[in-house]
Design a protein around this ligand. Structure first.
Ligand SMILES: [Zn+2]
Ligand SMILES: [Zn+2]
Ligand SMILES: [Zn+2]
Ligand SMILES: [Zn+2]
Length: 558
């Protein structure tokens, strides 16, 4: 098949289905999409609540718990212990498929009655406040993260240890306010760094240690704003700038941001990306339109494809061995052959299903564990399963919807609770007009602070001897919401000599994410005089940065 231009049935803009896309659709057996890749991403994201949490009692044991479902949501929501106990089975809620009614309507009914888990995490001792995560230890408020230890307020971190306020790290230790870093130790305020040690305010650097405020640096020591110094000069400078104080950090932040704009930026963060485009790509082959993608192959329109993702298309998070995955949210941990499913781990042939673990051949199932050949949570023998599922698939193909994600009204969440609102912000009226839900429940408190920043010590070293962080309520200078700091977080600040942050964790997270740029590409030209190279970049044409192609950028590296 040749490339085809279609009109998106949602936003009415033209979009292209490339010939290779048709091959993939054929391989996985779905109809080509009727809406563009951006609208597809927006729809999927509106089904996931990553970090908007509420307190509510467990629907089974009544214990207080943290949940992504607000109290007004009409579901049975259970705590981790009740949900993962062996005294119940989601197949008890199974319903017989009725061939006279639309399949998705029946799936929607099932979605309403099967108990849900407050937050979804697994094998994570002492890590109750973690969501969409697995195999973490002693972690607090981390989301979308696996195999970490002692991490607090982090997003999308893997195999990392002792982090606070970090995102998109892999094998990073003892670091603060770090984004998109790999194999690093003891960094503060760093982004896009690989194999680096003991440094602060660094951007896009490799193999350095003891450096400050550098951009595009390679294998250096004792550099300050990209200028080499002696060890003594460097140490004197670090002492003088007082990074243990709020004003010291703010001053350097400003200086560093000005310095960044004087240096050309590479069009995208792509390292060992063979035939790949998007942003934040490392060790990838044939990955197109992918954002935050590492150790991946043959993926397209993916956000977070990682740790051996192969042949995945239209996915939000697919990794830890994921293959042939289409139009899904969070497919991971030895998994393959999924269509339009959410949070199905270690499962194969899982279509239009959610929260199924270690299941094979499930269609329209919710919350099953170690089950095979089920439809709408009801178990069948292999032959009957194949007969009924064929009937359902054929009907959905006739309706032209097999492969489409679920319609937006089926989401359990308000649009404003989901990352769709981060990537594609909508006002309440617009969201509702487009069929999304909206959540009006107020979260957090205001004006309950016990700390007044005006007379609060600048340095973490100057706090009164009897200062008890767990008793204090802080106020965010940005959104005015109250927040707390847990004891482990405080100990980390003390150990790392970091001033107590004056923004709430949510604002800190939002700021880091904003700096990453949108998951969107513009076709632009290299800005180096005389260069004719063109590329796809996430830097919108009106951005202030000077954007170079790979070749011109490499000439600027120190
Ligand atoms: Zn569209
Ligand atoms: Zn419970
Ligand atoms: Zn805030
Ligand atoms: Zn160039």
């Amino acid at each position: 098949m040749e490339n085809q231009i279609k009109v998106c049935q949602n936003c009415k803009k033209d979009f292209v289905i490339e010939s290779e896309d048709f091959n993939f659709y054929e391989k996985i057996g779905v109809l080509p999409p009727k809406i563009c890749s951006e609208c597809r991403a927006q729809l999927r994201l509106s089904f996931r609540n990553e970090r908007v949490f509420y307190k509510r009692p467990c629907g089974k044991c009544s214990k207080d718990m943290v949940s992504m479902y607000s109290l007004n949501k009409p579901y049975k929501v259970w705590c981790y212990d009740c949900y993962f106990a062996d005294d119940w089975d989601a197949s008890d809620y199974g319903i017989l498929y009725d061939s006279n009614r639309p399949f998705l309507e029946q799936y929607e009914n099932l979605l309403k009655i099967v108990p849900k888990v407050g937050l979804i995490y697994m094998r994570s001792p002492n890590s109750q406040y973690t969501n969409i995560s697995a195999d973490n230890k002693n972690c607090y408020m981390i989301v979308e993260s696996s195999n970490n230890e002692n991490c607090i307020n982090c997003y999308w971190i893997q195999v990392s240890k002792d982090l606070v306020d970090c995102s998109f790290t892999n094998k990073v230790e003892l670091s603060y306010e770090v984004d998109d870093c790999y194999d690093c130790h003891n960094l503060k305020y760093a982004k896009g760094c690989h194999s680096c040690l003991d440094s602060s305010f660094m951007l896009d650097c490799r193999n350095y240690n003891d450096c400050f405020g550098c951009v595009s640096l390679r294998g250096q020591k004792y550099n300050i704003f990209n200028i080499p110094h002696t060890k003594e000069e460097y140490e004197k400078f670090i002492k003088e700038i007082k990074l243990d104080t709020t004003s010291g950090v703010e001053k350097m932040q400003k200086q560093f941001e000005e310095f960044i704009l004087k240096n050309p930026r590479k069009y995208a963060e792509i390292i060992q990306g063979v035939n790949s485009n998007g942003n934040y790509i490392k060790s990838a082959r044939n990955c197109n339109n992918c954002f935050h993608c590492y150790d991946s192959e043959d993926c397209k329109y993916g956000v977070h494809t990682w740790r051996n993702a192969k042949d995945c298309m239209d996915v939000d998070t697919a990794g830890r061995n994921a293959e042939l995955i289409y139009n899904t949210i969070n497919a991971g941990i030895d998994t393959s052959r999924q269509i339009a499913s959410s949070v199905c781990w270690s499962s194969t042939y899982a279509n239009y299903s959610s929260y199924c673990f270690n299941c094979n051949h499930v269609l329209g199932c919710i919350g099953l564990r170690k089950k095979d050949y089920c439809i709408l949570n009801k178990k069948y023998d292999k032959e009957t399963y194949e007969k009924i599922s064929k009937e359902i698939i054929n009907k959905m193909k006739e309706e032209g919807i097999w492969g489409d994600f679920l319609p937006n009204y089926m989401s359990a969440f308000g649009y404003n609770e989901t990352p769709a609102n981060e990537q594609f912000p909508l006002k309440k009226e617009d969201a509702i007009l487009r069929g999304y839900k909206w959540e009006d429940t107020e979260r957090g408190t205001y004006k309950k602070e016990t700390i007044i920043w005006d007379n609060f010590p600048e340095s973490i070293n100057d706090l009164p001897k009897d200062f008890n962080v767990t008793k204090e309520v802080f106020v965010c200078l940005n959104c005015e919401k109250n927040y707390r700091i847990i004891i482990d977080e405080f100990s980390f600040y003390k150990r790392m000599q970091i001033p107590i942050p004056r923004n709430c964790p949510e604002c800190r997270h939002a700021k880091r994410l904003e700096k990453r740029g949108p998951n969107k590409l513009w076709h632009r030209k290299c800005m180096k005089e005389g260069c004719q190279n063109e590329f796809e970049t996430s830097y919108a044409p009106d951005r202030p940065e000077v954007i170079y192609c790979e070749r011109c950028y490499q000439q600027e590296v120190y």
